[in-house]
Design a protein around this ligand. Sequence first.
Ligand SMILES: [Ca+2]
Ligand SMILES: [Ca+2]
Length: 208
Amino acid sequence: MKRLITALLFAAPLAALAAPVNLVNNGGFESTTVASGSWTVVNSAAGWTVGPNGLEIRNNVSGSAFAGSNFAELDTSANSWISQALNTVAGQTYSLSFAYANRPDNLGAASNGLSWSIGSLTGTVGDNTDTSWATFSTTFVGTGSPMTLRFAAVGRSDGYGTSLDNISVNTIAGNAAAVPEPESLALMLAGLGAMGVVLRRRKTAGKA
Ligand SMILES: [Ca+2]
Ligand SMILES: [Ca+2]
């Protein structure tokens, strides 16, 4: 029992420090129920602000999800966009990552392409005919105010575009802003201390 308590004391603060928290809500588009082999265009989805041309969510239609069951496309019947405001910590470095692929039945490179932006950082992926999932990732520094994460279809507006899935924004451990809070550090040291006591006791017991 003592050993268990010590293990918990020791493990809890470490887990709290190590566990990455995805700042993106519904980054895998799993919140909308879509039957396998079907698709839908929605005007709202958990976490996302959806542009006037909607958000297409598919389940095993013209490709399959990178993760989970659902994936998204932003050229619905015409080019559309989605965005989400993320609360960031000033000076904290974050990773942005997402998966993208073009439909097997795509209409060519000029029809495809997906722009992404976080704050003032922006780029384009998928303006080609590659149909296997690729992962894009980059890093950015938090401003301390809500930062807008946005994706938009940028190819020819024709109802066929680049698929999107598995969007995540996580803190990157090890930079200045990720130094443990004093409370966590104290807890961790307490855990280490308790472990030392147990180890010393065990050593003593072994001698007897
Ligand atoms: Ca998904
Ligand atoms: Ca298109």
